[in-house]
Design a protein around this ligand. Structure first.
Ligand SMILES: NC(=O)c1ccc[n+]([C@@H]2O[C@H](COP(=O)([O-])OP(=O)(O)OC[C@H]3O[C@@H](n4cnc5c(N)ncnc54)[C@H](OP(=O)(O)O)[C@@H]3O)[C@@H](O)[C@H]2O)c1
Length: 329
């Protein structure tokens, strides 16, 4: 299936990737360029070589990549980036899992107001389909979900629980996704959502994202068990492909959980320990995520669209190889 199937023909071949400089964004830009798309990628600071160089080095970038400096809270900068595009992939959002001093400013405003700015700009310039990168963190933590029911696309993170426990990142992703669905319904904008788990694999930019940092910390012996978080490992390539699949398939609707498998963080840690015997990976308790029901087919909607997920073992091996090659470990 090709992008012309969603309607809009050539215009659909010009797309904007917000957060194009990031770890997932760079992979998406790479795969879009490989498929012949013209891409507008946004970065926060065009003067920062570390945000640009890896994008400019991609195959096809010299003729089909344009970089835009964009601040999610500056509407005009968002409009400039999405103008002339038939599709928008909205990835830009702060991803901070460490302590946050000012949740409103650091996470909630850029995530929620930023998402609305991107959708409003997309609507204003006549974009035909928006793909939003939400997260498994907009599905769980959801402690009052029935214990015998698998958490999937029909489950939403419990906003009150996040507020009480200061879980600002899941709160930001949940409120941003909810705001996006409301906007899309009210303004009749075509929206599809991808909800990735913990994304890892070969890193393209010179900086690591939060999920790769989590792996580095585990290799350094960190014993955090992330009990309010479900470990759904997924490869960068598959998350990028998932975005393209839901963009190109008119039948793709709603949310798409994007995970190879859901496991306890403790199980993930023991797999890392087995594959990386030279590192000081801690032994964690088996039941690190209370109430976890493992969904074997967590990524079923995407598999039905043709995605063949890379298994966890390969995700860990590819991540390790990249971390070593780039000198992070
Ligand atoms: N990593 C995961 O495991 C995971 C899982 C589920 C969902 N996600 C989601 O995937 C998306 C990309 O995450 P990532 O892992 O690729 O993280 P990343 O490497 O940190 O990328 C984040 C991107 O967002 C941009 N950004 C952040 N705040 C911005 C602002 N105020 N204005 C404009 N741009 C801003 C960053 O720009 P600069 O590079 O210029 O700073 C960067 O391009 C996020 O929406 C994240 O919530 C990630």
């Amino acid at each position: 299936m090709s992008s012309s199937d969603v309607g809009g023909g050539e215009k659909m071949r010009v797309v904007c990737v917000t957060g194009g400089s990031g770890c997932i964004g760079s992979w998406l830009v790479r795969l879009l360029l490989d498929r012949g798309y013209s891409v507008h990628a946004t970065v926060q600071n065009l003067k920062d070589e570390a945000e640009k160089r890896h994008l400019e080095a991609l195959e096809g970038a010299d003729s089909r990549l344009r970089l835009f400096q964009m601040d999610l809270l500056d509407y005009d900068s968002v409009v400039a980036a999405v103008r002339d595009c038939g599709g928008v992939f909205h990835l830009a959002s702060p991803c901070i899992v460490d302590q946050v001093l000012d949740p409103e400013k650091e996470l909630l405003d850029p995530a929620i107001k930023g998402t609305i700015n991107v959708l409003a700009a997309a609507k204003e310039v006549g974009v035909m389909r928006v793909v939003l990168t939400s997260s498994i963190s907009a599905i769980t933590p959801s402690p009052s979900w029935p214990a015998d029911r698998v958490k999937a696309e029909d489950c939403w993170t419990d906003v009150d629980y996040c507020n009480q426990k200061g879980l600002w990142y899941p709160l930001s992703k949940t409120l941003a996704e909810k705001a996006a669905w409301e906007f899309a319904k009210e303004k009749e904008l075509d929206l599809v959502v991808v909800n990735p788990g913990t994304v890892m694999g070969p890193v393209i930019p010179p900086r690591l994202n939060a999920s790769m940092l989590m792996l580095v910390r585990l290799l350094q012996g960190c014993t955090e068990t992330y009990q309010d978080f479900f470990m759904g490992s997924v490869h960068f390539r598959d998350v990028a492909l998932a975005h393209i699949l839901v963009y190109e398939n008119p039948s793709a609707k709603g949310r798409h959980l994007c995970v190879e498998a859901i496991s306890h963080y403790g199980d993930f840690a023991s797999k890392v320990a087995e594959l990386c015997p030279d590192y000081n990976v801690p032994r964690l308790p088996r039941d690190t995520q209370p109430g976890l029901l493992r969904a074997r087919d967590g990524g079923k909607k995407l598999m039905d669209l043709g995605l063949d997920f890379i298994p966890m073992e390969q995700i860990i091996k590819d991540s390790m190889e990249s971390l070593k090659a780039k000198g992070f470990i």
